[in-house]
Design a protein around this ligand. Sequence first.
Ligand SMILES: [Zn+2]
Length: 218
Amino acid sequence: MRRLPLGPTLRAVTSSPALDPAELTARARAAYGADGRLPLPDTVTWDIFPFEGALQVKRLDDPVLPEPPRHGEDGTDCSACQRTDDAYLWTDHRWRVYAPESAGVPALLLEPRAHLDLGDLDETYAAELGVLTVRIERALASVPGIGRVHFNRWGDGGAHLHVWFLGRPEGMVQLRGSCLPDWMDILPPLPEPQWTAIGRHVGTALAAYDGVAAPSQG
Ligand SMILES: [Zn+2]
């Protein structure tokens, strides 16, 4: 692995847009305080931050290059590809909406039927993703007691595109914003019958759009 020496060379200005993970890591390590760690970010002072008490930033690991494969990276042994339609809340010929195991807040996943990642989508898929994102937001937001719907795509765990939709309970303002995924894991899972009912509600709401073509479909 490449390693750059600490010191003035780290502050060299370059015209290249390329990131150098080794340089980034070395620069961060050069900024360690007396405790051998980076200082805590402002995030820990936010009202929505779920943790308190003595916190410290993890020390940075060395970059891993090439990166290890994600789940289903080569399209084989992909759990999304292997699931049958009956496991989904709603499907059409190219997209499927899935409910994972019950979590602390309502959560749904939008997946293409084919083994594609975000950057693989052609213009038709891309347009449909936009339309479905809005439809799912509306469908989940129509569940009584949901105050806001957030969606995220990370994609470091599984190679098959999966867009998360999370419902933030109304009035639970402590759960607002970017810490909602943490709260989802912290709060006790919703009772299974309620989780199932939410999925059924969303599936019915999405089915109301069936036959309504997205603009890209003419
Ligand atoms: Zn797949």
